[in-house]
Design a protein around this ligand. Structure first.
Ligand code: ZN
Ligand code: ZN
Length: 323
């Protein structure tokens, strides 16, 4: 099979011919159809993530078809559409796993990092961490939902039943970054249903019940806090953020809170993909062939496109749909 391999930090991805993997006990063999390109992949390639197991195949927004079942796997069938997110394995018995917070597991392993990823024609995944996906939309439109979409969903759940919700940073998770003077991004936000859009320096028309921050700029935290009503919450959804500047305690007073969101639990994933069967979200994607993964990462770094980058892995879709 063809795969894009990262040999070590700071190196470009290399196109390689690898033997097709064989599913072990509890694993699914997956024929990858599309895989999203996440900013985390860029951090991984730049050597900014510890504990990577080199060489590795990145990619944790995988849309695939089941191509084989390892011994003991139940509940999946050949040809079924499946998604593989970032959370690839947890211990099941630590204090986080046993309290509904497996996303914080002390021994968690992640897809395309310590576990095989989706920048390849085939990959393996622990069947217990795979998500059943709807048959629509197309693989390239589903892929960004496996990371950016899920984080957006968990961040939204953390906001509780906020009636007035503000989104800061409109990238892959919320769909692109709004900066002061960034009229195109603001127009895009409005086209997707926002009732107001403006630069982060402009106050929203009403105080907010919750603010979701997707941009990696710590300066947005006190700014969003100032836009909150009493009892409101600032939810930071990014993995990386620059330092948060100091601010007066009065801005936090009134039971306002600040919290972060760390990727997802399986329950989030199942609830999210169940919810989108009724109302599929629109995803704006820039599609690249598998071999152009380096180009996709560079364009992501430069912010050269709107929405999310996705690698389309050429496969025989007809073979699956004819089934
Ligand atoms: Zn990601
Ligand atoms: Zn655990």
């Amino acid at each position: 099979m063809r795969a894009m391999v990262l040999d070590g930090p700071g190196q470009p991805l290399r196109l390689a011919e690898l033997p097709c993997p064989v599913p072990q006990a509890g694993q699914l063999l997956l024929a990858v159809q599309a895989c999203g390109v996440c900013r985390t992949d860029l951090h991984l390639r730049d050597g900014e993530l510890p504990d990577a197991v080199w060489p590795l195949v990145p990619g944790h927004e995988i849309v695939a078809r089941v191509a084989g079942l390892g011994p003991g796997v139940r509940g999946w069938r050949q040809g079924q559409r499946v998604g593989v997110p970032w959370l690839g394995w947890t211990c099941g018995h630590c204090r986080f796993c046993t309290s509904g917070r497996e996303n914080l597991c002390v021994q968690a392993c992640f897809t395309g990092y310590q576990l095989p990823g989706g920048y390849a024609e085939y990959t393996l995944a622990d069947a217990r961490y795979c998500l059943p996906l709807p048959e629509a939309p197309a693989p390239e439109h589903l892929a960004p939902l496996l990371c950016a979409g899920l984080i957006g969903y968990r961040a939204l759940r953390m906001a509780g039943d906020a009636g007035r919700l503000g989104i800061y940073g409109f990238g892959a998770a919320a769909h692109l970054i709004t900066r002061p003077g960034d009229g195109a991004s603001q127009a895009f936000a409005l086209s997707l249903g926002a009732c107001w859009a403006g630069g982060s320096d402009a106050p929203p028309p009403e105080p907010l019940d919750a603010a979701l921050i997707f941009a990696p700029a710590g300066a947005l935290v006190p700014l969003a806090l100032r836009h909150l009503d009493k009892g409101g919450c600032v939810v930071c959804a990014g993995i990386h953020m620059s330092d948060i500047p100091g601010f007066p305690y009065a801005w936090l007073w009134g039971e306002r809170s600040i919290r972060s969101v760390a990727h997802l639990t399986r329950a989030d994933g199942q609830a999210f993909f169940e919810a989108i069967r009724q109302a599929p979200p629109r995803t704006e994607v820039q599609v690249f062939p598998l071999e152009q993964a380096n180009e996709a990462l560079e364009q992501l770094r430069r912010g050269a496109f709107q929405g999310a980058a996705v690698l389309r892995v050429a496969g025989d879709e007809a073979a699956w749909t004819a089934e």
